[in-house]
Structure formats: structure tokens, C-alpha cells
Design a protein. Structure first.
Length: 542
């Protein structure tokens, strides 16, 4: 996993060279013909000084050329075969396939991945993605696949500023003219091929001084290649394109991206499209434009984020808002810093669920038990199959008679509060402190209720590790109830009596006996924390 432009292709090339020099063939599978052509060019230039035979297989070639390449692959006269789904055809067979590289993994369906598995049975597989599909990420988090993350950004790279706005002709015109004023170029993503010509005419009428070209996947391959090449060489100021530019296009001079009807795109698509800009050392701006009906009545309801809304025309809603679309737009805007692809993929996993491990659905299904519990269950089963010990994390319940929650007036969005509840529950002590700092950056100094919540959650974790099932607190003392199966060692009993002499009382209970330690502390949360530390030290000594 690595962000757009972070060096995934370099990793793939080094792995491919290792395999070739070991006498094996390499299959490099990509989702689009444009990306296949770019990879073929990159690999050829990189390996110019090595005895490596590289061939490409895609629709850019005629039938005769394709057949010649297929024959070479079968005879073992090709070391690295780069191509689209054409490489998965029945007529393509490898003499000695050793490594399968899948670029843009999130662009392939489960059935296509099964085809790849059948072709590369027993072969090493390397998958590359900035935003892996929920099912794949779920498999990695559950230890079914190994995962490596490239987190370091290239030198000079700057984060992309992202704006979510209702569509407006003035916004588009201003964005284009601002970019042209600093000598840059613009990508305009319009993903409706049937009406793209109309859109082109409208933009030309609106911006007569701007040289605009159009590109989409249904164009003749030669015409498409020429158009992209002309844009790359600055013959045009703006490229009006479908989502075909999502993969493989590298134009460092283009630093403004406008996406119309952004709500129709998936999280991974939005992230990949945004990765087309900001590839140099210039500050880039991404505009995610959506129809008016997607906007809620109150701007602050939009997931608690500063969405740079201007004046929104009061217009009757055409249909009910799409909650998932709003979540996607708020997530893509929240994760605008460098190296956010992995975090974004995790949020996608939360929004859509982890999919089926043995079925063909790539998302959903996990919501019935909750994502965190689902991942824990799968990870535990994987450890059992590997013969490794499974350590269950026990959490104690805690009733410390202190207000502990995230106040709605501190964080108004229900979905954001729920997300932070989940994150606090799963984090360790240092992680909780980092989450609190993040919340303070967003909403200001943390209120007492939030600090209490973090402390009580930590008490729950610490108590669970000591076989304590329940903590009951009050101003006169704190009660700790142990699990029924746990028998307090004699040495520990003696240590407790010596440490809390005259202040301890043993309480029999049907689900596990407990102890009450009397104190006169004003804050029951702090008292429980101090007592837990003392009991933990006594346990270690015993």
C-alpha cells in the first residue's frame, strides 16, 4: 500500500528484475490500456541496460501483433508481460511464471482475481494499491495476507487542498482562471461519455480564452494517445476527460482538478483521481462538485467538517440525500494530507463492511457484528489454524458514577462521535492520548466528560488484563470483582491485606468474588486508576 506517486512501481520493478534474473517470467496486470502503455515505457527505460525481454498485450495492438506476443509468452521468449485483462484470456499461457504483479488492485473484481489465481497457482503475487478494496484490506488486517505500507512522501511533495462545493458555473470559471494565471493546466472529470461533447461546447462558450481537449475510453486508441500526448506537451490548457485518467497519467504541470458529480464516484476512485494533481512541488487544489440536492439544510451537519461552502441556492430537493455519498465526500476531504490512502481505505472498510472472505462480494456483511469484532474473530481463527495461541482481550465493565461521553455541543456530528468512540475503545494508552489531541485540533480543548471517558476506557482495559470483570466506584471506596474462573493466589491475598490494612473488605458474589478498598478521594476515576496500578504491582510481585 502506498500513496499515488510514493514509489509502488519502483518496488514492482525491483521485484520483477529479481524474478527474471532467477530465470522466471513475470506477469504485470493493469486495469487500463493507458496505464499498460505507460508501464511498458517505464519498464523498458528502466531495464534498458539488462538482458530483459519486455512485451505489452492490450487493445492498442491489432490481432496479428497480439497473437505474436501470445506465442512469445508461451515459448518463454518474454521475461516480463505487461497488459490488461487480455493477459487473463485462455489462449495466454506462461512457460515458467514466477511472479504475478497486480497494479491498482482495487480496480479488479473477485472473479477476475480468481482467474489470476488459477493462472498463477503456486506463484508469488504482489498487489499494489493506494486504496485497497475493503475485502482485500480485511484479509490483510485478519493476517490472511501480508501487508507493507510506504508512508514516506517524495521530497518537495505538498498536500492537496480539497474543496467540496455544490456545482456552480462561477466556481468552475474562477478555478480554471486561477490555475491559468499561475501557468498551470487543469483536469476536468466528466464521467458521462454520451453528453461529453455538449459539456465541451458549454465549457468553450463559458471560457473562450481556454484551449480545451476531450478524452474518454470509447475513443480510437490512436486519437486518445495523441490527445493525452498533446495535453502532456502543453498544447491544451484543460483536459475534459472521463475517469480513464484515474490511472497512469503523470502531468506535473496540471495542479487543478475539477470533478463534476463527485457523489457518483467511490472513495478509491476519488482518491486516485485526486492523485493526478500535486505531483510536483506546486500547491494543488481539488474541487469536488455535487448537485444542490445532496446538501443538507445546515452546513454544519455535513459531518462536522469545514467544507468551504459559499452561498447555496435555495432549491427544492430533487431526491433524498445519499448518506454514503456524503460520507465519501467528507472522508476524501478529511484525509487530504500526504500518505492518507491507507487511512482512507480503512474508512471505506468502516463505511461499507469487509465483504465475504469465501464469496464474491468485496464489501458489506461485517456490519451485523461490527467491523472491529468481525476482524478480531477472523484473526483469532487464522491464529488457531496456524497453531498459534489465541489471547483474548478481556474488558471489565466500569461504573464510576462520573459523566463520561463526547458532548454533542463539542462534536455535533453523530457519525463523527461514533467513530471516535470506536477509536478510543480500540486504542492503547498512548493511542487514546493521540486521539484526544486530534479531537482538540478539530474542536478545541477537551471537556471534562471526554477526558473521563478516555480514563474509564483505559481502566476497563487495565482491569480486564488483571482478570477483573467489574469496577464499581464511589466517593467512599472502589469495588473490584474478579472473574468467576480466577482464583486469587494466597500470596496475592496476603499482599493485598498488608498493602490496604484496615481499608479492605472481601465481598462474596455469585459471578466471582470481589474486594472493596475504602478511600476518601473526591474523584472516583482517579481513585480507581491509582488502586488498579497498586493491584497490578502486587500481582506482578505475587
Amino acid at each position: 500500500i502506498g500513496d499515488v506517486g510514493f514509489g509502488k512501481t519502483e518496488v514492482a520493478m525491483r521485484a520483477a528484475l529479481k524474478a527474471v534474473l532467477s530465470g522466471a517470467q513475470v506477469l504485470v496486470l493493469v486495469p487500463t490500456t493507458v496505464l499498460a502503455a505507460q508501464h511498458y515505457k517505464t519498464f523498458s527505460q528502466r531495464f534498458a541496460g539488462y538482458p530483459v525481454k519486455i512485451e505489452m498485450l492490450s487493445r492498442f495492438q491489432n490481432k496479428k501483433e497480439q497473437q505474436a506476443v501470445v506465442k512469445k509468452i508461451k515459448e518463454g521468449n518474454v521475461d516480463i508481460a505487461i497488459g490488461t485483462h487480455r493477459l487473463l484470456s485462455k489462449d495466454v499461457s506462461f512457460k515458467n511464471l514466477g511472479l504475478c504483479i497486480i497494479d491498482e488492485e482495487h480496480r479488479f473484481g473477485v472473479k477476475q482475481k480468481e482467474k489470476i489465481k488459477a493462472k498463477s497457482f503456486g506463484v508469488h503475487t504482489l498487489m499494489l494499491s493506494a486504496t485497497p478494496i475493503p475485502r482485500t484490506l480485511n484479509q490483510s488486517l485478519s493476517s490472511l495476507r501480508d501487508m507493507s505500507i510506504i508512508e514516506t512522501a517524495p521530497q518537495g511533495r505538498m498536500p492537496i487542498k480539497t474543496r467540496v462545493l455544490p456545482y456552480n458555473d462561477e466556481i468552475v470559471a474562477d478555478a480554471v482562471r486561477e490555475e491559468l494565471a499561475r501557468g498551470g493546466q487543469i483536469f476536468y472529470v466528466y464521467n458521462r461519455v454520451q453528453t461529453m461533447q455538449e459539456k465541451l461546447l458549454k465549457l468553450q462558450a463559458m471560457l473562450p480564452e481556454v484551449k480545451i481537449c476531450a478524452a474518454h475510453g470509447q475513443m480510437d486508441e490512436q486519437k486518445l494517445e495523441e490527445t493525452l500526448w498533446d495535453f502532456y506537451n502543453k498544447k491544451f490548457d484543460m483536459l475534459l476527460a472521463s475517469a480513464i485518467i484515474e490511472s497512469g497519467l503523470d502531468v506535473t504541470n496540471a495542479n487543478t482538478l475539477i470533478i463534476e458529480n463527485a457523489q457518483d464516484f467511490g472513495l478509491a476512485q476519488l482518491y486516485q483521481l485526486r492523485g493526478r494533481i500535486g505531483r510536483g512541488d506546486t500547491k494543488a487544489i481539488c474541487y469536488l462538485l455535487h448537485p444542490d440536492w445532496l446538501t443538507k439544510k445546515k452546513e454544519e451537519d455535513f459531518y462536522g467538517l469545514d467544507t468551504f461552502y459559499g452561498k447555496i441556492p435555495t432549491k427544492k430537493k430533487q431526491k433524498s440525500p445519499n448518506d454514503d455519498a456524503q460520507k465519501r465526500l467528507s472522508a476524501i476531504m478529511e484525509f487530504s494530507e500526504l500518505g492518507s490512502g491507507f487511512k482512507l481505505a480503512l474508512r471505506d472498510l468502516e463505511i461499507r463492511g469487509g465483504g465475504e472472505l469465501l464469496g464474491i462480494r468485496q464489501h458489506g456483511c461485517a456490519n451485523a457484528v461490527g467491523l472491529s469484532l468481525y476482524c478480531d474473530l477472523v484473526a483469532a481463527e487464522v491464529k488457531k489454524l496456524k497453531g498459534e495461541p489465541v489471547k483474548k482481550q478481556m474488558l471489565a465493565t466500569a461504573n464510576l458514577k462520573t459523566p463520561a461521553y463526547i458532548p454533542p455541543d463539542y462534536m455535533p456530528s453523530d457519525s463523527e462521535r461514533l467513530r471516535y468512540y470506536k477509536e478510543l475503545m480500540a486504542a492503547d494508552k498512548e493511542g487514546k492520548a493521540a486521539i484526544i489531541r486530534n479531537m482538540e485540533n478539530l474542536s478545541g480543548p477537551a471537556p471534562a466528560e471526554l477526558l473521563n471517558l478516555a480514563q474509564i476506557m483505559q481502566i476497563s482495559q487495565d482491569a480486564g488484563e488483571l482478570n477483573i470483570r467489574h469496577v464499581e466506584g464511589g466517593r467512599d471506596g472502589t469495588e473490584f470483582y474478579f472473574n468467576r474462573a480466577f482464583k486469587i493466589p494466597q500470596q496475592m491475598l496476603e499482599a493485598l491485606l498488608a498493602r490496604f490494612s484496615g481499608k479492605i473488605e472481601f465481598i462474596p458474589a455469585p459471578n466471582g468474588d470481589g474486594v472493596k478498598i475504602r478511600h476518601a478521594a473526591q474523584n472516583p476515576v482517579e481513585a480507581a486508576q491509582k488502586l488498579l496500578l497498586a493491584i497490578s504491582a502486587l500481582c506482578r510481585a505475587a
